[in-house]
Design a protein around this ligand. Sequence first.
Ligand code: IVH
Length: 695
Amino acid sequence: MSQVPDHLSAEAEQLRTELADHAYRYYVLDAPVISDAEYDRLYRRLEELEKQFPELLTADSITQKVGGQILSKFEPVTHSSRMYSLENALTEEEFIAFDERITKMLGQAGGMFGNDYFCEPKLDGLAVSITYVDGVFSQAATRGDGTVGENVTANVRTIASLPLRLRKPVSITVRGEIFIRTEDFAALNRSREEAGEELYANARNTAAGSIRQLDSSVTAGRPLSIFLYSLVEAQELGVTSQSGVIEFLRDCGLPVNPLGHVCSGRDEVLAFHRDLAVMRGGGSVNGVTLPYAIDGMVVKLNNITVWNSLGFTAKFPRYMLAYKWPEAEVATRLNDVSFQISRQGVYSPVAELEPVQLDGVTVARATLHNLDEIERLDIMLGDEVFIKRGGEVIPKIISRSRRERDGSERAIPLPSSCESCGSELELDNERSHNLRCPNRDCQGRLVERIAYFASRGVMDIEGFSRKTAAKLVQEGLVSDLPDLYAISAAQLSELEGFAEISAQNIHDAIQASKAQPLWRVISALEISQVGSQTAKLLARRLGSIEKLAAASTEDLEKISGIGKVMAEDIRAWFADERNMQLVAGLASAGLMMSEEADGEADSGPLLFDEKTVVLTGTISFASRDQLKDWLELNGAKAASSVSKKTHIVIAGPGAGSKLEKAQGFGLEIWDEEKLIEVMRTQPSRPAVKPDWWPA
Ligand code: IVH
């Protein structure tokens, strides 16, 4: 093994400390002292050193936030102390009743100025409990039922603002809220829109969904934020107030909400609650606006030494309260209902409203989801309806107002034929009632399909828009996806609005997309449920469309990450003759139908056919992700924990308990030398070896 020169290990240590310090200044103090570019430079240097000398890598290095571990399920974690939820108050009276009850129970007049409360925004995200041992991040769990949660350590460690090492070497359990900032959520949806992917409905569910990903690199790609708000066993650490808890957490380097502060007595609590209401609606108070969604204010008795004497009701602590607001609803008129066709031919109803202000923005449209929703709401054109945001991006109609109809209202007209192809619409009642165009060759659907095909997340054809798609269909140049590749630059330049240069550019971009990797082609097939992540998995594991088409549901289900329903959907797709014609058309247009052209290793049996392999310790010539990709490409199921069912454990230097366990079970164990020998002597995929391949 290579010896790390002293000056380089000192440099790595220095970089780690410096980077952690800059992260603290940026995320906790909100006072960065270097530019993003400078930070990136330091980060890349550390990454480079760690790559060159893997023995320099420490678990708490800031570079270890990229994820990569794939689990098959989340293990249960029993919380060291129960995670309660909070009692709600919706009105001033309810808050006052809470304050009075505390004063009475404490047998005092609430002091001369009333009780002191620590108040902070109640974020709309998901609660987690995080444990640090000797200052090092060690475990994170969801709330679950309050007693037992799920182990989401691998995912929580990817959150950028959460330090992997505290500024104090303490062993503590802290709790907080994971959420997504409004701006980050909008950016995420913008990129999904460009990629032709379905938009996320709201930030809360997206944050929760991100933490429940089995592949932590997916989580690492989501813009999650966190604020910590409680410290388990604070009193044992000598902390006696909630404001002291927050100060302690901040001193540890943990991000806390900068708006939290002590309010002395009722009036200050009420005043802060009013300020938060203004900020929640998009307004600013003393120049501060809220960069995230909140659903209330948390009010905690600041003196934590009396918390125990106040105790708990059956469900809630008596010393805290979630002081919320009744949700904003406004009334407006339903002017019309329009329908949007999807690439599957489904007609989705959209309410066209008389524009109104809601939470500081003008709203003119609302989702109606499907025909059942129209029936449930019992609405007619001209009705007065109530809308609310309910955490969703696009508001929805919650009910019809009770104002009496005056006879001018009209039933919502449902289209009977497709506005694009004229086919008679059918009632689809698979999951809900929807109108759908049954014509697979419908031009309206085709336009949506072409736009999806060309979008950034699929074939990524530069400069190609939905308008381009509509024009090509309208002019009869494209009647199915493969036709795109037969269009000449000259044909394009004859189209209205396509000057010669842009015609040439679009033509070149279409042709260039033939070189796009296999997973993009798999995404382009529009197999139900198969998005880019699954397409990547299928491409990596099967290597060609031919093998994908030939795979049985059992073959597919063996791939971890592919469930029964998805496997059946994939089978059904390939069983359809027309879909096979599409595949043939795309193949003869010259698209990539396999990962590696004719590599000899591609045709033989897979090196690790269905074997469960666990990687532990460090391997000097490759990163964990590189090795994992290689193992999976060769048929292995990469697992993170050792069991009797594990086939092979590859253990590099630094391997600990997993190696011991493997020895205990008498499993096959490979050291680096053995791994190199196998890699050099056994045929494996890919045919063209990557640059990290051992020489
Ligand atoms: S303190 C006893 N502080 O609200 C629970 N909770 O309804 C102590 N929440 O499960 C929670 N922001 O997920 C607290 N600043 C904040 C919070 C907060 C959001 C969530 C948390 C909790 C739920 C209770």
